[in-house]
Ligand binder design. Structure first.
Ligand code: KG4
Ligand code: ZN
Length: 337
């Protein structure tokens, strides 16, 4: 089964062609990051307009790169939520028009289920996909969640953030430090040369058995610390701050994941979502896996951040079960897991 995936939930216009839910024939992402950077964050109206301008060329590019024709496409999978309403509409309406014109099934995919499915795509760093059931840590700009993945599309939320998502914490602190948007990527880059023990920052651990997250205390701590200074951090001082912030976020993510693995009695952990591209998190999770003896599955960085290959694979699983979306498929900006 060859599926065309379409993703437009936020600020990436993406299309991909995936064969049999595993082989990535093409994976095209047109990032709007430079457009939004001048505003310091994603501007929804600007994102929608950008998607409209980019979606058709991106899909054509994905087909060409896959060496596929319209005729080869067996189904169209598209993100229908959660995300920005105007942005989602561009992808969903395009998918429905294609499905109607080509007489092929269309399937709406939950963006979060897409992140969870990214690990099933073929990659040299992932010799075998994770067995079911497994635990997943989904860390993105909008979500921080521990999920019991019982089967394809059968997900149970067992832990979540009480305030900001991990990616949001990275981005907001990045903004305070005067770094460009998105802050997560800049903090990752700077942290590589900084000292993670330079500044002591809070790790929110409300209750021993707790597997929920909270990052608002970290934000306040950084803002208080900066308010006491007379000059904006720069050079090695800035790198040290970045490394300390990253360590504070990563420590909590690793600690809660370990706790959840123990509590659920699982031996397989998937880490996914944009923040899973973070080098500090990847290294710390690998160290924890070696120490505790669990198997770790993290997609390559480009499949952690938003892409359409992950939507195509999640859609393939649904289509293979005979699921179809009607032509009046609507978007749902607040779609739960
Ligand atoms: O999954 P994603 O691309 O979009 C959402 O579904 O939200 O995640 C975006 C988030 C942003 O907050 C971004 O700063 C963060 O992922 N991110 C990173 C890194 N790359 C992306 N955070 C830390 N380190 C990175 N290397
Ligand atoms: Zn995402």
């Amino acid at each position: 089964m060859i599926v065309l995936g379409i993703e437009t939930s936020c600020d990436e216009t993406a299309a991909a062609v995936v064969e049999n839910g595993r082989r990535v024939r093409s994976d095209v992402v047109a990032s709007q990051v430079l457009v939004h950077a001048e505003f310091g964050g994603v501007v929804p109206e600007v994102a929608s307009r950008q998607h409209i301008a980019t979606i058709v060329p991106v899909i054509r590019h994905a087909l060409a790169e896959a060496g596929a024709t319209w005729d080869d496409i067996d189904g169209v999978a598209v993100t229908s939520g959660p995300g920005l309403v105007g942005a989602l509409l561009v992808g969903v309406e395009t998918a429905k028009a294609l499905g109607y014109a080509l007489d092929r099934p269309v399937i709406g995919v939950n963006h979060l289920a897409g992140h969870l499915a990214a690990v099933y795509l073929e990659d040299p760093a992932l010799p075998a996909p994770p067995p079911y059931p497994h635990l997943a840590l989904l860390v993105s700009g909008g979500h921080t969640a521990l999920i019991r993945v019982e089967g394809s599309g059968r997900n149970v939320l067992i832990g979540a953030t009480r305030d900001d998502a991990a990616g949001e914490a990275f981005d907001k602190v990045g903004k305070m430090l005067g770094l460009g948007y998105p802050g997560g990527v800049q903090i990752d880059r700077l942290a590589a040369t900084g000292n993670r023990d330079a500044v002591s920052l809070p790790r929110a651990l409300p209750g021993r058995e707790d597997i929920d997250f909270s990052f608002s205390g970290l934000k306040t701590a950084v803002s208080t610390l900066l308010a006491r200074r007379t000059a904006a951090p720069a050079g090695s001082d800035l790198a040290d701050l970045a490394a300390s912030v990253q360590a504070a976020i990563v420590d909590v993510l690793v600690r809660k994941s370990r706790r959840a693995l123990l509590r659920e009695g699982f031996h397989d952990l998937v880490v996914c979502g944009g923040v899973a591209a973070n080098r500090g998190l990847r290294a710390a999770m690998a160290a924890a896996a070696a120490e505790d003896g669990f198997s770790l599955y993290i997609p390559p960085p480009k499949r952690c951040t938003d892409n359409a290959a992950m939507i195509a694979v999640a859609g393939t699983h649904l289509l293979a079960r005979g699921e179809r979306s009607p032509l009046d498929l609507a978007v749902d900006p607040g779609l739960p897991l």
